[in-house]
Design a protein around this ligand. Structure first.
Ligand SMILES: Cc1cc2nc3c(=O)[nH]c(=O)nc-3n(C[C@H](O)[C@H](O)[C@H](O)COP(=O)(O)OP(=O)(O)OC[C@H]3O[C@@H](n4cnc5c(N)ncnc54)[C@H](O)[C@@H]3O)c2cc1C
Length: 379
């Protein structure tokens, strides 16, 4: 009998999983990949769309283009997950799985920060990116405040990357001297597991006159007064407020028995949930790695190898190592890389290389390789 694998979510995790299964097993397994969207967009391409370096359509990779033996894509919204029965209901159908993999990512809770919906902006959702892209050209002076509104959040370097790219944007337009840029973070440095990565960012901030305000959490904003209220009772004025929204599991996961304390707990080596035959990978879990695509992808590879071993009767794969390579935009077409290892030693490490123009090209190649592998695109 063909093993029936149902994969929920076609982001980094779901796409890597289905690609691996198809490559190794072809039609020996039946894989159903479900996502509510019609297209995938890399998180880092949101900056390209924001600054007009790519159109949204150029950044999109369409799920309808996936042609892989054994894989069927369904564009449907998942409305309930029963992990005990391994049964999933969507707005279009119901699915029973032999193996169920939950890769539904993290959603945003904009309303968790009072004032944010009414008066804030953001570059984490595609809608937010498009609105901000319209607004940016009208900004010629004032204070730009980039604030982390809760933990955990996707791509820990992203708030600092945004500051360095905004610095570049305003400099190129001859407006930089009229603009103040500040980042607030709940942490004591930009990337806690990377002392040298944090130093490189802070050195660049010092060189470019960008402020980094540590151990500070914005809890609400007052759009009328244009003031952000801080956890410690203080305030910070702004003209443009860019928030990194509070993250949470998608509502369908929250409503299922899978989530505990906000996220899906999994075995850190195998990514198994407490429900037999049900795995979870990526941002939707509390596995202990940062919420970033490269960790979702690497975790999905382990689950794929486990499924391949089950189907073929081979040896169980190595445990998930909690490793991933993150690229960090420094502006002026220079990118650094962090080779993060979260489980290999007593504490997480993420040494930095760069920033250089060569690593910027390496990052481009990273995206091209995945668009080819996951979607068959040849650019
Ligand atoms: C500005 C920015 C920059 C970033 N830069 C980087 C970077 O440089 N490197 C990096 O590794 N990561 C980066 N990230 C983070 C990265 O995008 C995410 O961590 C990554 O996408 C997580 O992968 P995932 O597979 O766990 O979930 P996702 O990629 O979020 O996929 C989850 C999928 O589930 C679908 N879904 C959710 N709920 C439902 C439902 N009810 N029904 C159907 N489908 C549903 C969603 O549509 C989505 O396609 C960045 C993020 C941002 C916002």
């Amino acid at each position: 009998m063909t093993t029936n694998v149902v994969v929920l979510g076609a982001g980094f995790g779901g796409l890597e999983l289905t690609s691996r299964l198809s490559e190794a097993l072809g039609t020996e397994v039946s894989v159903t990949l479900i996502d509510r969207s019609e297209a995938f967009v890399f998180g880092f391409n949101k900056f390209d769309v924001l600054f007009g370096w790519k159109t949204l359509d150029e950044a999109r990779a369409y799920y309808r283009d996936i042609v892989k033996p054994g894989v069927v894509f369904r564009q449907e919204t998942i409305t309930s997950i029963d992990p005990e029965a391994r049964r999933v209901v969507t707005d279009g159908a119901a699915y029973d799985a032999d193996i169920l993999v939950v890769a539904l990512g993290a959603d945003y809770d904009f309303a968790a920060t009072p004032g944010f919906v009414e008066g804030g902006h953001e570059f984490y959702s595609l809608g937010g990116v498009q609105r901000l892209r319209e607004l940016l050209p009208s900004i010629t002076r004032g204070r730009v405040l980039i604030s982390v509104l809760g933990e955990p959040f996707k791509c820990p370097p992203a708030p600092c990357e945004a500051a360095m790219l905004l610095d570049q944007w305003f400099t190129q337009r001859g407006l930089r001297e009229n603009i103040e840029i500040s980042v607030t973070s709940p942490w004591s440095r930009p990337i806690p597991p990377s002392p040298d990565g944090s130093k490189a960012i802070l050195d660049r901030f010092a060189e470019r006159g960008i402020a980094f305000v540590t151990e500070t959490l914005v809890v609400s904003i007052d759009p009328a007064a244009k003031v952000a209220h801080l956890r410690d009772g203080g305030t910070m004025p702004y003209d443009l407020f860019l928030g990194i929204p509070v993250h949470r599991v998608p509502a369908v996961v929250q409503a299922s028995p899978l989530a505990e304390n906000g996220w899906i707990p999994v075995d850190k080596g195998t990514l198994a949930t407490r429900f037999p035959g049900v795995f979870a990978v990526g941002d939707v879990t509390s596995v202990g790695t940062p919420k970033a695509g490269v960790f979702s992808e690497n975790a999905a590879a382990i689950v794929a190898d486990e499924i391949i071993a089950q189907v073929r009767g081979g040896e169980a794969p190595a445990a998930f190592g909690g490793t991933g390579t993150c690229y960090v935009e420094f502006g002026d077409e220079r990118v650094a890389r962090l080779d993060a290892d979260f489980f290999g030693g007593p504490s997480p490490v993420a040494p930095l290389r760069g920033p250089t123009a060569e690593i910027a090209r390496e990052k481009d190649a990273f995206a091209v390789a995945r668009r080819k592998r996951w979607f068959g695109y040849s650019e």
